[in-house]
Design a protein around this ligand. Sequence first.
Ligand code: ZN
Length: 94
Amino acid sequence: MFSTDGIRAAVDTVGREMALLGERATPTSGKDLDALRASWVALVDALDLGPAPELRKCPHCGGIGMRAATLCSTCWKKLVPPPAAGDGHWGGPT
Ligand SMILES: [Zn+2]
């Protein structure tokens, strides 16, 4: 049976690396990164790893991280995991 564990780990790694790229992005490369991120989300979706990854934006820096994370993978500030899922949308700034 094909296991998705390795894929999930790789997906997590790439997601973290993209968060790091976002941290170093200039306004111009940030736009490129948004496009990359959108493609990445589509790819992850196509991989169909099961329930949508529980991600959320860091309230401090806006970096994308795991919903249950207690540390932001981008700015390393402490996070308080929300008690319940429901608003983990990917919407950009409005
Ligand atoms: Zn952060």
